[in-house]
Design a protein around this ligand. Structure first.
Ligand code: CO
Length: 134
């Protein structure tokens, strides 16, 4: 059912420092920071030949990644995003298999202006999974 790995998301304590590491130390193509207030994050996109890395930093009060950064003050891997063709069909199949969808279970528009859902890490090997309809 899942297709390509769309991105790996990493929460970082300092976006400028993380951007410098990816741009100058690792030699990747790195975007300017993009605020996504409706998701409570600021994102920097790192383009790799076969996938993307998203560097995430909390934005505003009540950011969903603030606690993650408290528990992981140096930053760390936050989620993997897999592509699916039909997010509603994917969700219905997964829920039918007993998987838990975070939030109200309805797809939201994600960082790439496409519908996304998050799946509970306890159901997927301890890894938060994002599905993105492409
Ligand atoms: Co993501």
């Amino acid at each position: 059912m899942i297709g390509r790995l769309n991105h790996v998301a990493i929460v970082v304590p300092d976006l400028a420092a993380a951007s410098r590491i990816y741009r100058q130390v690792l030699g990747a193509q790195v975007s300017e920071p993009v605020d996504l207030p409706e998701h409570g994050v600021t994102t920097v996109f790192v383009e790799l030949p076969n996938t993307k890395i998203e560097l995430l930093h909390p934005l505003g009060e009540g950011s969903p990644i603030a606690k993650f950064l408290e528990r992981n003050p140096d930053g760390g891997m936050h989620h993997l995003c897999y592509e699916v063709d039909d997010i509603a069909a994917a969700r219905d199949g997964l829920v039918g298999d007993g998987a838990r969808v975070l939030g109200d279970g309805e797809p939201k528009i994600g960082a790439h202006n496409k519908p996304v859902l998050f799946l509970h890490p306890k159901d997927f090997c301890g890894t938060l999974i994002e599905l993105e309809q492409v």
